[in-house]
Ligand binder design. Structure first.
Ligand code: FAD
Ligand code: EPU
Length: 265
């Protein structure tokens, strides 16, 4: 196990966030020790907006055994989803195509029920192992209250590994589906972001609403509403937490949207 002081801006895709003690756990024993005091769990940091003051709790990251995977067996929650999408396609295993382009770890994707209109993480799960209250417990997906970008894990629960629901399909068919998802994502920005900032209201697109209000390009310091997609807030360089929050509030003054990001402050 490694414990070090880091800046969370280096561990989040938006590139915002101050200091924290990072506990990289490599074994179940490490995890038990690391969770003996208040903690937060970090995945790939792709849905987080973190305060410049950092956080006082331990920040736990899954390394070692939690990153190993077998697509036909247990998949560690610390494994990177983009890698699994690619390897499943190469192996002729279908079920993850809709998750193409989501820069998550498996655990973060389960927690957020990450997805696109082509499919969600919950659809691809057969079983989920969660560490909570000092023990490991396996759940069926129906027990975890999955909804649009939400789940109900046990209090303080850490997803440690999952079994995927994949089926053998011709590789060309999988490739066709991946191309379709890739095409749908073409309008999303490449600059530093944490994905869509707001949830879509039922039947609507937050990005389109923000666009229609003429808010693309609106800027507070280093934070800007993407010119490519209205629901992405991009970090132009050295955006501060308060600048990003000010931009979020400015948008919410115009249209009452619910934040999709998780704020660590
Ligand atoms: P983090 O951002 O690190 O954490 C998110 C939450 O999950 C936190 O509450 C954290 O505590 C919790 N968590 C992390 N790991 C675990 C674990 N092992 N056990 C329990 N809880 C855990 N999202 C979509 O849904 N669809 C998209 O199409 C999409 N596109 C994106 C494109 C870009 C360019 C970016 C930057 C982001 C995008 N996102 C998208 C957002 C983001 O990738 C997802 O929300 C993803 O699920 C976050 O996973 P993560 O591993 O990065 O989690
Ligand atoms: N649109 C605009 N202007 C914009 C953005 C979008 O007019 O600035 C229009 C598009 O032209 C399209 C419609 O709005 O007709 C929907 O846009 P898009 O296809 O980009 O989908 P979205 O609803 O904005 C959702 C998810 C994305 C996911 C895509 C692809 C949410 C909040 N967003 O975006 O997920 O990648 O679909 O399926 O559910 C995320 O959750 O972080 C995320 C990026």
């Amino acid at each position: 196990m490694r414990v070090e002081t880091v800046l969370l801006k280096d561990y989040t895709t938006l590139g915002v966030g101050g200091p924290a003690k990072l506990w990289t756990v490599e074994t179940p024993e490490d995890l038990k020790r690391a969770t003996e005091a208040p903690y937060r769990i970090l995945g790939n940091g792709s849905n987080l907006l973190v305060s410049d003051q950092g956080v006082k709790e331990r920040v736990i990251r899954l390394g070692g055994v939690f990153q190993t995977y077998d697509l036909r067996g247990w998949v560690g929650a610390g494994a990177l989803l983009p890698l699994l999408v690619k390897e499943a396609a190469e192996a002729g295993l279908s079920g993850l195509e809709g998750l193409l382009g989501i820069p998550a770890q498996v655990g973060g994707a389960v927690k957020m029920n990450a997805g696109t209109r082509f499919g969600e993480m919950a659809d691809a799960l057969e079983a989920v192992e969660v560490f909570h209250g000092g023990r490991f417990e396996v759940f069926r997906p129906e027990e975890l209250g999955f909804g649009y970008r939400t789940s109900r894990l046990p209090e303080g629960g850490i997803v440690t590994r999952v079994r995927l629901r994949l089926k053998e399909r011709p590789k060309e068919e999988i490739q066709r589906r991946l191309q379709e998802v890739d095409q749908a994502r073409k309008g999303q920005p490449k600059k530093k972001s944490a994905g869509c900032a707001f949830k879509n209201p039922p039947g609507q697109s937050a990005g389109r609403l923000i666009d229609q209000l003429g808010l693309k390009g609106l800027r507070v310091g280093g934070a800007m509403v993407s010119l490519e997609h209205g629901n992405f807030i991009v970090n132009l360089g050295n955006a501060r937490f308060e600048e990003v929050m000010a931009l979020v509030r400015r948008i919410q003054e115009e249209v009452p949207l619910e934040l999709e990001w998780e704020v660590w402050a």
